[in-house]
Ligand binder design. Structure first.
Ligand code: ZN
Length: 305
């Protein structure tokens, strides 16, 4: 009897634990990070993205890793991400094309209402995947690839045709102000109109179909920093079927670098966490943190995750 009672208590304890746990996870959004190839230090940045997202208590994160560059075709047959099981997919991937079956699953996932967040060089791959390029709008491409979008000093969006003007590039890394172009958008709401981002690459001349682009933030690409003299798109979103794709070009961490400053920026963290929440739910619950960067001051969180 004593034994039985002991087991009953254990079982009841386990049931209570499980139900508490599932109640908590029901409130959390599931994220699938895709990585495995990148000319940036994905072995550092994926764990960082994972830990800061999970640290918000709003997300659970799984990671799926592709075969390494040059792997045999057989290795790719095991790469079969179950996108449909997640509230959103975050791409930290810049590498070889995925098998067509994976591309098709991804297209179906987004068209069916899935959310996608693309960080920094994750907009570089897949120049020959037409649907991907519609989703990201602008990618790291040569000038002849497609249109370019920039904002002039009057705040007007200017479209440049393929071949005209610069293709993708960036000058030396430097700190720069990020200018919010849609302050009513849930991801940007409550941020200063302009705030300082620490040393990072400032992408310019991104190219693509650039259809249905909703520009959320830009940064001025100064000729003094070998830039274009235009306000270049930094953050934007594009609807795709019933889904939405959110791109943030901030967040350079070099291939061999363990300097995570560009991602430790409180502005970057806020944009990515809010972006993840918004692509999955259409809403944002995170407040703008008290230590958010100001027009004069960067803000970097270097503490343990
Ligand atoms: Zn970079």
């Amino acid at each position: 009897m004593t034994n039985l009672n002991g087991w009953s208590a254990l079982i009841i304890g386990a049931v209570v634990f499980l139900s508490t746990n599932s109640a908590q996870s029901a409130e959390k959004l599931s994220v699938l990070i895709v990585d495995g190839q990148n000319n940036h230090n994905w072995k550092q940045t994926t764990p960082y993205l994972e830990s800061f997202l999970e640290g918000t208590e709003r997300f659970t994160v799984d990671v799926v890793t592709t075969p390494e560059k040059g792997a045999a075709e057989q290795a790719w047959s095991d790469f079969d991400p179950q996108f449909q099981n997640y509230d959103l997919v975050l791409s930290n991937y810049n590498g070889e094309p995925w098998p067509r079956s994976v591309e098709e699953n991804f297209e179906a996932y987004v068209a069916g209402g899935g959310g996608v967040v693309v960080v920094h060089a994750a907009n570089n791959p897949f120049p020959n995947w037409a649907e991907w390029n519609k989703m990201i709008g602008l990618g790291w491409r040569k000038a002849n690839y497609g249109d370019r979008i920039a904002v002039n000093d009057d705040g007007e969006t200017v479209r440049t045709a393929a071949k005209d003007g610069p293709g993708a590039g960036h000058g030396p890394q430097h700190p720069y102000p990020v200018v919010i172009r849609d302050r009513a958008h849930p991801v940007m709401k409550g941020m200063p109109a302009e705030w300082m981002h620490p040393k990072d690459e400032l992408y310019h001349g991104q190219r693509g179909p650039a259809m249905n682009m909703n520009l959320l933030a830009t940064a001025y690409s100064s000729p003094d920093q070998r830039g274009t003299g235009a306000h270049e798109p930094m953050v934007w979103w594009i609807p795709y079927g019933d889904g939405v794709v959110f791109t943030c070009l901030l967040g350079h961490v070099g291939g061999r670098s363990d300097d995570l400053t560009a991602m430790q920026c409180v502005g970057f963290r806020t944009i990515v966490a809010r972006g993840c929440e918004w692509v999955a739910t259409g809403e944002v619950t995170f407040p703008v943190p008290d230590n958010f960067p100001t027009p004069e001051q960067t803000s970097v969180e270097t503490g343990a995750e």
